[in-house]
Design a protein around this ligand. Structure first.
Ligand SMILES: Nc1nc2c(ncn2[C@@H]2O[C@H](COP(=O)(O)OP(=O)(O)O)[C@@H](O)[C@H]2O)c(=O)[nH]1
Ligand SMILES: [Mg+2]
Ligand SMILES: [Zn+2]
Length: 371
């Protein structure tokens, strides 16, 4: 490595205005007209890795720094950007990222429900795979519900992936989602005897996943950009490795805290193996919380299609929250229209509509306390 990344600073990437008519000939005078498009696959400490000329003989990986003008604009995995300067992708070269192209979708979150600052998670995803483990770490319906709201809000199709079914039967968890039009894939290790049936001892195990589940998920990925989202330790990277042939670090769950170690620190987009061009999967680091401060209550309600029809009988101005009187959704659920999981779903909706930040902790109460 000729130059440490720290030796670059923002002033290195300032864009000089292009004098009209004088096409820049040297690398010192880049012009936006010369820009090439790249797909951001990862972001690490101010360095943006982009794939340029995807699918052609010239396909290459280019490292770029963000132009000063963009320093307040987050660039995330999945973004399409315009690059100028040295876009050769040769070792030790650095291009300039001068534009974030229009986003088809943007998955966002806030740190918690009171934090007004939106954080971009990934751009241009078509699908969101919400990943939870049947156990170790314990699944949390609050997390699933939040991720579903964020997906619906962003216009991204959700899918539920339940891992570690070799450790625990996920039937109880699944009962909550049976009334949704939500594809569910259940995954486990190929060899139960090697999977750490002792749910506390899979630390360090590199799970070999069951073929049919991997194939089933693979079937959803053709030509699309899919993002994997879930707490640390649920098996995201293990699945991504199985789908891409990559060797993303995977890690165990701490037997004492039940939490995963943060084994992957930034989002990374990878090409899906044996899939048409444009099939990408984005592995993300485990996230602890998924605030929805940026989603308005109406949209939260629409993210519960099993409950939303109940609002037709509400009085005008009904907020459908825990303080609402004669809310039609109560009657809808009592009449059984939302199935046996209706009451639990309504409770989940009301927690999301509430604004008490303490509720997030409460709603992540572990499932399975009855078993
Ligand atoms: N028993 C079992 N362990 C799994 C399964 N999938 C992943 N693991 C293990 O769970 C741990 C965490 O996996 P990892 O992919 O790093 O999770 P991530 O943090 O979500 O990326 C690793 O030790 C994996 O080998 C599974 O289906 N069953
Ligand atoms: Mg990981
Ligand atoms: Zn109502």
């Amino acid at each position: 490595m000729a130059r440490s990344t720290d030796s670059w600073d923002e002033s290195d990437v300032r864009i000089r205005p292009n004098k009209k008519g004088s096409r820049p000939r040297t690398k010192d005078r880049p012009s936006h007209d010369d820009a090439v498009t790249g797909r951001i696959i990862t972001v690490d400490r101010g360095r943006y890795t982009a794939v340029v000329a995807e699918g052609t003989d010239e396909e290459r990986t280019v490292i770029a720094a963000r132009a000063r003008e963009l320093r307040r604009n987050p660039v995330v995995a999945g973004d399409f950007v315009s690059l100028v300067g040295n876009v050769s992708g040769e070792p030790d070269t650095l291009a300039r990222l001068v534009k974030i192209q229009d986003r088809r979708t943007l998955l966002r979150r806030s740190a918690d429900d009171t934090d007004p600052i939106e954080r971009a998670v990934v751009a241009n995803a078509d699908q969101l795979v919400v990943v939870v483990a049947a156990a170790n770490p314990e699944p949390r319906t609050g997390f699933i519900d939040r991720a579903l709201v964020a997906a619906y809000d962003a216009g991204i199709e959700p899918l539920l992936l339940i891992t570690k079914a070799d450790i625990k039967d996920p039937a109880e968890l699944l009962a909550n989602y049976r009334h949704l039009d939500l594809p569910v894939i259940i995954s486990k290790t190929a060899d139960a005897s090697a999977s750490g049936i002792d749910a506390r001892s899979d630390d360090g195990l590199s799970a070999r996943l069951d073929g049919p589940a991997v194939a089933e998920l693979h079937g959803y990925l053709d030509g699309r950009v899919t993002v994997m989202l879930g707490h640390s330790g649920v098996g995201k990277s293990t699945m991504v490795n199985a789908l891409t042939g990559a060797e993303r670090a995977t890690g165990g769950v701490n037997a004492v805290t039940g939490r995963g170690r943060h084994t992957s620190s930034s989002a990374l987009a990878l090409k899906v193996t044996d899939a048409p061009a444009g099939s990408w999967i984005i592995d993300t680091p485990g996230i602890r919380s998924f605030g929805l401060a940026h989603v308005d209550p109406d949209r939260i309600l629409r993210s519960f299609p099993d409950l939303a029809p109940g609002t037709e009988d509400c009085e005008r101005g009904c907020k459908h929250d825990a303080t609402a009187v004669n809310c039609g959704v109560d009657a809808w659920v009592q009449a059984g229209h939302a199935g046996p999981s209706g009451p639990a779903r309504l409770a989940s909706l009301r927690r999301l509509l509430g604004t008490d930040p303490r509720q997030e902790a409460q709603e992540t109460k572990e499932l399975g306390t009855v078993s």
